[in-house]
Write a protein of this length. Structure first.
Length: 634
């Protein structure tokens, strides 16, 4: 057994949260911990996916006595339709984020609020898309690319452009199974159409569309969100930062950014660093300004600017409960409506900024590319002026933080691993060094650990215990979203300490490359980066993605987005392990389609495993990785 002494344990994090819950009690604030109790037990029909309310003859609930809905739909059709609708919700959400990024790119201009920070990447993608780049002004090219990208959402013919990045074998599988996503919006619309009353109730058809709709997210909307965020804000490179609630600073004005779209947080970060604003904060009695983050917006600005991460999804109330949060500024997705009433118990300003995410008890300051600079400045100013309204008796920031090295885009991973495994200089720019580590057995494989928190699982416990288990077994982790933040908070991204927890092989790779054993690849839209990495590994090795010793895992997932992700990860050929059931346990046929040997596996050579016992889930992942190694004879 390894000595995990340097990590922050779940018990320590819980003790910190409990101390904040005492403040909650003092001010009479409601918290998710209480609301979970109020909502338990959950409805059994909802949990098993066997309730249908897609027409007003229902709701219909399937039981032994009532095996069909009023229209005659059986349980498999009901569960299948619910699964597809869940996917469509997630795919629409990620993809609309990508669309916003494309619109922002359209407004980018020299000296403007938004600029092209990575012109090489823009030119690289333009060439991929067959767009003439020679002699073109970079902003003209950006606008042209934005228009072409936006057409991917609604073009009447053809499939997604980025599919060309997949290995030939994967493309063939997709083509054969009818999974190639057409226009992004069309796949969401088709999903909604198919699940309208009186349309599909055949699990095979519903599952097929769920995969295609997921692929339109991962290889369409999300991939555009990621790639063009890099174009505008810079492609992430390794950078040092800190994580956990202790990154908030008692004597500073604390601004917390929360949500997903980096367009907002980039501007807030910019103005919080403005000397004029810092001087103003000092005038108002603070020592300075600290911006920290929650959820994926936090991942975005951590990866590009080293902005510290205050916490993940189930920490969002904690930042307000410190009594030291002058403003929590949110854009879209994963934002608790609870932040409205909660902020009212403190001096905290709860600021919403997107017409997509309007909430009671918030101040709405609408962001657009044209006004972003002025609005960000106004928000920072508002936070500064709010500093004096703190109630000092309520201020308590648990002293808990860890160092983290983040920023591992595919470009960065390829670069840092280049010196490892004695690779030749001419191999620069390929994944061959990483492959050599895997084939030689120095690394046994890789797990892409992603996804949320969910109160059905002890907060962060599944993420962290599974990660520790993988590290001990020489399995490298690539992580994103709230899983990444769980790792950072625990100390598993500390480039100095974390390698001590690894098996000998992984430890050596970390030492040679100067990396932590858990690589932060970004936010949830950045899971598209993982798809590119898997594709490159497959192309460089000639091994189909499904045969690589790589698996995906979302042990604490909760959102519709996560199901959309799961579908495109599986459809890309990566076996995916879930710690929470996606509301399908009510249908044996749906279970067979998603997790069986002859369901989606026949189409894409990969499937799901659902196991709520986290210890077992970890064993199953290791078994799968070892089985893939054995099949390859490595
Ligand atoms: O997109 S991991 S709780 S923050 S949904 Fe949300 Fe889940 Fe966190 Fe980011 Ni992803
Ligand atoms: Fe009931 Fe069928 Fe209507 Fe669903 S679509 S609510 S199963 S009648």
């Amino acid at each position: 057994m390894k000595d995990w002494a340097f990590t922050t344990t779940i018990e320590e994090m819980e003790a910190a949260t409990n101390s904040l819950l005492e403040t909650a009690q003092k001010v009479g604030a409601d918290t998710w911990q209480q609301r979970v109790k109020n909502q338990t037990p959950h409805c059994g029909f909802g949990e098993s996916g066997t309730c249908c309310r897609i027409c007003s003859m229902g709701p219909c609930r399937i039981t032994k006595k009532a095996p069909r809905g009023i229209c005659g739909c059986d349980v498999h059709g009901i569960v299948g339709r619910n699964f597809l609708r869940f996917t469509a919700g997630g795919s629409a959400t990620h993809s609309d984020h990508g669309r916003e990024i494309m619109h922002t790119l359209h407004e980018a201009k020299e000296g403007g609020n938004y600029q092209v920070k990575d012109p090489e990447k823009l030119i690289r993608i333009a060439k991929e898309w067959g767009v003439e780049t020679e002699g073109k002004d970079i902003y003209d090219l950006a606008h042209e690319m934005s228009e072409i990208g936006l057409l991917e959402y609604g073009k009447p013919f053809g499939v997604q452009r980025f599919l060309d990045r997949a290995p030939a074998h994967t493309r063939e599988l997709w083509q054969k199974a009818g999974l190639e996503p057409r226009a992004i919006d069309r796949e969401v619309s088709t999903a909604m159409h198919m699940t309208h009353m009186g349309n599909s109730s055949l699990p095979e058809a519903l599952v097929r569309q769920a995969l295609r709709c997921g692929l339109s997210d991962g290889w369409g909307g999300s991939m555009m969100g990621t790639e063009f965020s890099d174009v505008m804000f810079g492609t992430p490179k390794p950078i040092d930062t800190e994580a956990n609630i202790g990154v908030m600073e008692k004597d500073n004005v604390n601004i917390v950014v929360h949500g997903h779209d980096p367009s907002l947080s980039e501007m807030i970060v910019y103005y919080a660093n403005d000397p004029e604003m810092i001087a103003y904060a000092k005038e108002m009695g603070a020592k300075g300004i600290t911006v920290s983050g929650v959820c994926c917006t936090s991942n975005e600005v951590a990866m590009r600017h080293g902005i510290p991460m205050a916490g993940n999804y189930l920490n969002q109330e904690n930042v307000v409960l410190t009594g030291a949060c002058e403003a929590i500024v949110v854009d879209v997705q994963c934002i608790f409506p609870a932040l409205g009433p909660l902020s009212k118990c403190f001096h905290t300003k709860f600021i919403t900024t997107s017409p997509i995410c309007r909430m009671p008890d918030s101040e709405f300051i609408q962001f657009s590319p044209a006004n972003a600079g002025d609005n960000a400045k106004a928000i920072v100013k508002m936070a500064i002026e709010n500093f004096k309204n703190r109630n000092p008796e309520l201020v308590h920031i648990p002293n808990m933080k860890q160092k983290a090295r983040v920023g591992y885009s595919v470009e960065a991973i390829v670069k840092v691993l280049d010196g490892v495994a004695n690779s030749q200089v001419d191999e620069f720019g390929t994944t061959k060094p990483l492959l050599e580590c895997v084939t030689s057995g120095v690394l046994r494989g890789a797990v892409a650990m992603v996804g949320c928190n969910n109160p059905k699982v002890r907060h962060d416990a599944a993420h962290i215990s599974l990660m520790k288990k993988m590290l001990e077994n020489d399995i490298i982790l690539i992580v994103s979203g709230c899983s990444a933040q769980a790792a950072a908070k625990a100390g598993l991204m500390d480039p100095v300490q974390a390698k001590e927890y690894c098996g000998a092989g992984l430890k050596r790779v970390c030492e040679l490359a100067g990396i932590p054993p858990v690589l932060h690849m970004g936010s949830c839209v950045d899971i598209s980066r993982m798809m590119i990495l898997a594709s490159e590994l497959s192309k460089d090795s000639g091994i189909p993605i499904s045969q690589l010793p790589v698996v995906g895992c979302a042990p604490e997932w909760m959102s519709e987005k996560a199901v959309s992700i799961g579908n495109y990860v599986v459809a890309t050929g990566i076996d995916t392990f879930l710690g929470i059931d996606p509301y399908v346990k009510g249908s044996s046929e749906m279970g067979e389609w998603l997790t069986g040997e002859h369901g989606v596996k026949d189409w894409v050579e990969a499937n799901y495993t659902v196991e709520t016992d986290i210890e077992k889930l970890g064993d199953l992942m290791i078994e799968r990785i070892e089985a893939k190694r054995a099949a390859l004879g490595i």
